[in-house]
Ligand binder design. Structure first.
Ligand code: ASP
Length: 450
């Protein structure tokens, strides 16, 4: 792409802002009373200074940044997916790539959720929590639990949009994906001249969105500082005393799945050593951590897949937008751990294996349907809870610490997408190399990203 702004040291600057923002937020949280009374002294009356800064400066700044990233998502998903599908060309190739992609999505999410369930069975954090503490946390929950959404036939019917523009307006990502897939497939039926014209248009739209993201990322250091500051300054640290076991277990499970399971997968199926893979994706991880949104991270993920990992544009354009909406390893793991933890709190025992299998299946299905925005999985988690007999409002118990876990699970969500993109790219090349003659000149993904 011509004239694309270069930002080589940006990830480092973002990381420094992240750390400084977290430190400033934690300091303000702990010193809140002293700061408020000092400001009150000057202002001549009581003031909630820290809260004022959070709600009038830090949050709006962070929200503007999130919106700037999110505004590119609908055109980007549509254009990159439709052109990716059209460039995959024939039906056989599209079917193979689609199948391998979906199989890897489901496998990695099921593995993530099973890891979470195994950890809760082992450590049993819910049994260690006295029931009156649970009741107290429920009563204190600031935000009411989101209404539980059911998984019915209508959910399936709802994937097919009646009006693609309405889907775009309401950011119904599964509907947008469906329409983009149809457009991409239809493009393969057009004459070469027409197909190329439309493909160039779609690629142009993708490139414009990527340039917008480059420009937006220039304010990332400031915005990331604001986002993290707002979270840490208003975070309920005291909840960590009562929910510490659960939080550590969830974070530990996510770290394990990211480094060990996904690291192994990318090495085994993608031919890329984990120590070469992870350093290349860390801008994506930082963006995911600070925004808590797979969708807002999508443009960065797409760019990283192509530029850092050497995934061909048609594979990246297909796998990454799908993954940002449908492949959520962190969400599946978090839902598994949380559903079982809350069931332990509610029932006083760990539910049997039939309930745990229900949790596993539903966690994977709901992770596919969850929106890639902050807290996107909470309404669906309420549904998983009710399906094993735990009242949906029990989510209130963990809401105080959810943002921290949301940041962590979003890292895992986008990390999983990149792993699948590398694996699919490698499998495709291996497939091409073995089916075509040795003159195709296809490269191995392990040697591709230099
Ligand atoms: N925040 C997550 C994401 O965007 C979704 C979730 O709430 O689990 O990937």
């Amino acid at each position: 792409m011509q004239g694309e702004p270069r930002q080589d040291n940006l990830p480092w600057i973002i990381l420094v802002s992240l750390v400084l923002g977290a430190m400033a937020g934690i300091a303000c949280n702990w010193g809140r009373e002293a700061i408020d009374s000092a400001v009150a002294h000057v202002a001549g009356g009581p003031v909630a200074a820290v809260d004022w800064i959070v709600s009038n400066i830090a949050r709006p700044l962070g929200q503007i940044f999130l919106n700037l990233l999110l505004m590119t998502v609908v055109p980007l998903v549509f254009a990159s997916l439709a052109s990716g599908v059209a460039q995959l060309g024939d039906w056989r190739r599209l079917g193979r790539v689609g199948l391998v992609t979906m199989a890897l999505f489901v496998f990695s999410m099921a593995l993530a959720c099973a890891t979470g369930l195994a950890l809760v069975n082992w450590y049993q954090p819910g049994l260690a929590m006295p029931s009156e503490v649970g009741q107290q946390l429920l009563a204190e929950a600031k935000n009411p639990a989101p209404p539980a959404r059911g998984l019915t036939v209508d959910t399936l019917v709802g994937i097919v949009p009646r009006n693609p523009f309405q889907a775009a307006v309401q950011m119904e990502m599964l509907q947008i994906i469906f329409f983009a897939l149809m457009v991409g497939i239809a493009l393969t039926f057009l004459t070469e001249v027409r197909r190329q014209t439309l493909l160039r248009l779609l690629e142009g739209v993708t490139e414009v969105m990527v340039v917008i993201i480059h420009l937006v990322m220039r304010i990332a250091p400031l915005a990331v500082f604001a986002l993290i500051f707002a979270q840490t300054a208003s975070f309920g640290w005291r909840y960590l005393e009562t929910l510490g076991g659960y939080v550590l277990l969830a974070l530990g499970g996510m770290a394990f799945h990211l480094v060990v399971s996904l690291g192994f997968l990318v090495w085994l199926l993608g031919g890329l050593a984990p120590w070469r893979f992870f350093p290349r994706i860390w801008t994506v991880m930082i963006t995911a951590f600070s925004t808590s949104s797979s969708n807002a991270t999508l443009p960065t993920t797409l760019r990283t897949a192509q530029q850092e990992l050497g995934v061909p544009s048609q594979i990246a354009g297909f796998v990454i937008p799908l993954g940002a909406t449908m492949n959520m390893n962190g969400t599946a793991l978090y839902e598994g751990i949380t559903a079982l933890f809350l069931a332990q709190v509610y029932f006083g025992v760990t539910p049997d294996w039939t309930a745990q299998i229900t949790v596993l299946v539903l966690a994977v299905l709901t992770a596919i349907g969850a929106a890639g925005v902050p807290g996107g999985s909470l309404p669906l988690l309420a549904m998983v809870l009710t399906s094993i007999g735990v009242p949906g409002e029990y989510i209130g118990i963990i809401l105080g610490v959810d943002r921290l876990l949301d940041m962590a699970r979003t890292v895992l969500n986008v990390g999983g997408d990149l792993v699948v993109a590398v694996c699919v790219a490698r499998q495709e090349r291996a497939w091409e190399a073995s089916s075509a003659s040795a003159t195709t000149g296809s490269k191995d993904v392990s040697s591709h990203p230099a």
